[in-house]
Ligand binder design. Structure first.
Ligand code: G3P
Length: 447
């Protein structure tokens, strides 16, 4: 379902969903063939990134702590599966440090998958390795007979039955051999049969809910649209280091420049929720936002160019007119990590207030690296429930700023990143937008 939805789209996912009874009826072997056909037929091979950008998250969540410990003890690990190799290889090699992967190959014509899999011929190199290997141990699933040839070379074999697997504890995140920081795709839930049915049943109502949230967001003042949105399941929880009255009283100070709110980045709606939390209109400076999102934003959006000098002038000019919100990570991150904070903001003003945002979505991710960015706000607002949490932190003391504290811009940016991470319980990284896009979309993310 994940491949059908993320690589093929909603219609393909719906067809697969309708065919599910057939998949169950024809038995495991034929069932995999049907699923592979519906999911892959007509997809361009070069553009297929789901195996590395979407599936590892779901596979990792499915790893049992007990089996993980057993597998990790092995010096050399070989994985064998009936699933298409392109779906499992990245996860097994990158996230489980498996040395060799034996999966099914998918047939392609003119660079497109035809939806058929090659036959199951055990890889000669792997067979030979097992034949001469000193003490190969096999761990297999009880209902698979397909790997007999490989298992016949194992000195010890452990078959895991359904009940045992059911009792396994999920692998805790701290034990992931490689941290899961980036992933892509729109689905924010595990598409089991029931969960997928709920999604398809929700969609007609979801479109209506989206329209209400969207139209109210565009047409009504922020405080009223926030109330309407909350009544439809899109709620905001706000915590402030200073009471709102303090913020409001400072609003009328005759200052040369406005306050710069520096916010981590979870979705392109972050600046709007910061404005709701502060109950005042802010200007958002942002990179790579789609024209649609820009035009329909309830707060003013000013584009940055990634040219430091030009961006500095734009921010200075906007700050001279009032308060500003910026997301210096430059791209969104879904997991509890913060990317490197670009230090440009640090030298703009001494009035810097860090803002820590987080959100929980129930059905769809409103961000994408390889999909259509113009759909980001639509997917965000299509969720049955969204909880946005906004924490307005203490304003930076002057000793921690460039201007009065004589700190370097990088020190200020790192300090703000640390404060934000502390408030959220997240981990700081030095990863950048480029790193994310290289991993998820195979490009540098410049749009
Ligand atoms: O997650 P991205 O890369 O679409 O980034 C979000 C945009 O930069 C909007 O700020």
């Amino acid at each position: 379902m994940l491949v059908a939805f993320e690589a093929g789209g909603l219609l393909r996912a719906f067809i697969l969903f309708l065919l599910y009874p057939l998949v169950c009826l024809v038995g495991e072997e034929q069932g995999i063939n049907v699923m592979a056909f519906v999911s892959f037929a007509g997809i361009k091979r070069k553009k297929f990134m789901v195996g590395s950008s979407v599936l590892p998250k779901y596979f990792l969540e499915d790893v049992g702590d007990e089996s993980f410990d057993a597998v990790m003890k092995a010096k050399r690990k070989i994985a064998v599966s009936d699933m298409p190799r392109i779906m499992i290889e990245c996860f097994l090699k990158d996230y489980l440090r498996v040395d060799a992967v034996e999966g099914r190959e998918l047939k392609t014509v003119c660079g497109y998958f035809v939806g058929l899999m090659e036959g199951k011929n055990a890889n000669g190199v792997i067979l030979n390795e097992l034949r001469v290997g000193s003490h190969a141990i096999g761990i297999g699933s009880f209902n698979k007979s397909t790997d007999d040839q490989l298992f016949s070379y194992c000195k010890e074999i452990y078959w895991v039955n359904k009940a045992e697997k059911w009792n396994w504890k999920s692998l805790p995140r701290e034990k992931y051999p490689k941290p899961l920081i980036f992933h892509d795709g729109r689905l924010a839930f595990r598409p089991t049969l029931v969960a997928t049915l709920i999604m398809f049943m929700w969609l007609p109502l979801g479109v209506l809910v989206f329209l209400i949230r969207f139209i109210c967001g565009v047409l009504l003042p922020l405080n009223i649209s926030a109330i309407v949105s909350a009544s439809t399941g899109l709620s905001t929880t706000v915590s402030r280091a200073k009471p709102l009255s303090w913020i409001a009283s400072n609003k009328n100070d005759k200052k040369e420049s406005g306050v710069l709110y520096v916010c981590n980045h979870r979705t392109l709606l972050d600046p709007i929720f910061v404005a709701i939390a502060l109950m005042k209109p802010l200007v958002a400076v942002t990179y790579s936002v789609s024209r649609f999102s820009e035009v329909t934003s309830p707060i003013k959006v000013v584009r940055l160019t990634r040219d430091r000098e030009r961006d500095r002038k734009v921010m200075e000019q906007q700050l001279s007119q009032g308060d500003l919100v910026v997301c210096p990570e430059g791209t969104t991150c879904r997991e509890p990590y913060l990317l490197r904070f670009s230090p440009l903001f640090a030298e703009m003003t001494g009035d810097i207030v860090p803002v820590a945002v987080d959100l929980q979505v129930s059905m769809f991710y409103g961000t994408t690296a390889s999909g259509y960015k113009c759909l980001d706000s639509i997917f965000n607002l299509l969720n049955p429930f969204v909880i946005y949490s906004v924490k307005i932190l203490e304003k930076l003391p002057s000793s921690q700023t460039c201007i009065a504290g004589e700190k370097s811009r990088t020190e200020v940016a790192n300090h703000v990143q640390n404060q934000t991470a502390k408030a959220l319980g997240f981990e700081c990284t030095t990863l950048t937008r480029k790193d994310k896009y290289m991993i998820l979309a195979g490009n540098d993310g410049i749009i």
